[in-house]
Design a protein around this ligand. Structure first.
Ligand SMILES: [Zn+2]
Length: 503
């Protein structure tokens, strides 16, 4: 491949900045070195994505482990120290192989100067499953460079191998440019993120006063720009509380020709309960939930004004014109800072084609609530369960009823004007020439909260890729300009953070 030629054109991100930050010699040196080393960085990414590190596939577990070893080798080559592959034990059920080992977490340090601040960088080296039969344009575990579109396509390119390697590349560029890294860096790279980050919470708690003792701030690069043109920094994530309502009646599934009309049907009761949760405008009907939501402040309202987003973007993302809101701020606020309730499915229901006349004996309705500040999870559970209970009781049904929480993860919100965010905003401006949009996300990254709680530090979400990278989809890609620009942003962030006064 004519990589050199392609990459020459891909240097747009940061070129302007190199001259903008011209007075700052260290930026110029580091940025120029990143440009120069880009073919090597692409090469390293190509080697990384060739390893089929699918954490959700038990048979591919050796590949996930192989990728941990690959990373450890790269860290060693780049002068990282105290490299540890931390075992997390066997994977808890449900698993086919009861002795299946979890992939290790890769810990390492670069520098341990007590006069410098310490930044913990998190990334994950496992990936989502992918196969060419799913409709990929090329083999998913081979990095393909699309010259026309100036992008690299492969599973893991954007989620999260490209961003993860970005930190290694920042160190390499500093070393080769002869510029001192302004902070101590600690890496925490996990191999189970796509499968619930099993075991990582415990490790973080254990190491809060051990390996992670000196950490001043945490930077996670594992999300995306909102769109495709403007860089963002992310300061909030919604939580998720997932519930089920189980209604049981007859001893077995029955035939409606024989039993229809003479027995109480669980499905009928369940539909009534589910119907009482949310209306077609997306309004949650359970009393007390909306009352817990933090009011929108003037300062927050202003943040939405500059964000580059439109109804068209929403329609494109959903592949329809079914959006409940028209204005940008309404759409984004309902996606990021208001709760939502979604009904996901009914276990035990007839769901095939055709016209089966079954009366299901036991049905379980599944729904979840995306939570936001200041919803208290235990209070929410109580409201939800009591609501379902009272609706069911009003039906006077002889069936049995149970409502319960299946799992939950709390929301996360940070101060987008703290030292870490301010440093990242300056870095973005230096590299891309624009102020980043301050965004939240509708989904959750539970590990964010764990770092914050256990290490008692701020967490910054600094994305490298774009909103259309297709992270969990076919043809996942990372634009070359994001790979280069993202790496430069990471580098500049460390410098600005080191210079900032407050922690
Ligand atoms: Zn990810």
């Amino acid at each position: 491949m004519s990589l050199r030629l392609i990459l020459k054109r891909s240097y747009s991100a940061g070129k302007k900045a190199t001259t903008m930050a011209g007075s700052n010699e260290k930026f110029t040196k580091v940025f120029n070195k990143i440009d120069e080393l880009t073919p090597k960085f692409v090469d390293r990414l190509a080697k990384a994505v060739e390893i089929k590190a699918v954490s959700g596939d038990e048979l591919l577990r050796p590949e996930v482990v192989k990728k941990a070893h690959f990373l450890s080798k790269q860290l060693e080559l780049l002068g990282f120290e105290d490299i540890q592959l931390r075992e997390l034990g066997t994977q808890p059920p449900p698993v086919n192989n009861p002795s299946l080992q979890l992939p290790p977490v890769v810990l390492s340090r670069y520098g341990s100067d007590p006069s410098k601040r310490t930044v913990l960088v998190y990334g994950h080296y496992d990936v989502q499953p992918a196969s060419i039969e799913d409709g990929w344009d090329s083999e998913p575990f081979k990095l393909v460079i699309d010259e026309d579109k100036q992008l690299m396509r492969a599973r893991g390119s954007s989620d999260d191998s490209g961003p993860l390697l970005g930190w290694l590349h920042v160190v390499q560029a500093h070393r080769e440019a002869g510029v001192e890294l302004p902070v101590n860096l600690i890496t925490c790279f996990e191999g189970m993120e796509e499968s619930g980050s099993i075991g990582l919470d415990k490790l973080i708690a254990q190491e809060a006063k051990g390996y992670f003792k000196s950490v001043d701030t945490v930077c996670i690069s594992d999300n995306y720009w909102l769109g495709t043109r403007k860089p963002v920094l992310t300061y909030g994530l919604r939580g998720c509380s997932y519930y089920e309502v189980i209604i049981e009646g007859p001893g077995a599934d029955l035939h409606s020709g024989i039993f229809g009309g003479v027995i109480a049907e669980p499905m009928t009761d369940l539909i009534k309960v589910l119907d009482s949760l949310v209306d077609s405008q997306g309004r949650i009907l359970i009393k007390g939930i909306n009352e817990m939501v933090a009011p929108v402040t003037e300062q927050e309202k202003k943040l939405y004004d500059d964000i580059e987003f439109s109804l068209d973007d929403m329609n494109e993302a959903s592949g329809s014109e079914t959006c409940l809101y028209k204005s940008k701020s309404d759409i984004l606020m309902h996606r990021w800072r208001f709760p939502s309730l979604s009904i996901h499915g009914i276990e035990g229901a007839f769901s095939g084609s055709g016209a089966k006349t079954v009366i299901p004996a036991r049905v379980a309705g599944k729904f979840s609530i995306r939570t936001v500040p200041n919803i208290e999870p235990r209070k929410l559970d109580k409201l939800v369960i009591e609501h379902c209970q009272s609706v069911f009781e009003s039906l006077n049904s002889p069936n049995t009823f149970k409502a319960e929480l299946i799992h939950d993860g709390d929301y996360w919100i940070s101060d987008p004007f703290n030292a870490s965010f301010t440093a990242a905003a300056k870095a973005t401006k230096t590299v891309y020439g624009v102020e980043p949009d301050l965004t939240r996300e509708g989904g959750s990254i539970p590990i964010t909260l764990t770092f914050e709680k256990e290490l008692k530090t701020n967490v910054l979400l600094l994305p490298m890729g774009r909103g259309d990278d297709g992270a969990h989809s076919i043809n996942e890609k990372l634009d070359l300009s994001n790979f280069v620009g993202g790496t430069k942003t990471m580098a500049a962030y460390l410098h600005y953070y080191a210079e900032s006064k407050e922690k």
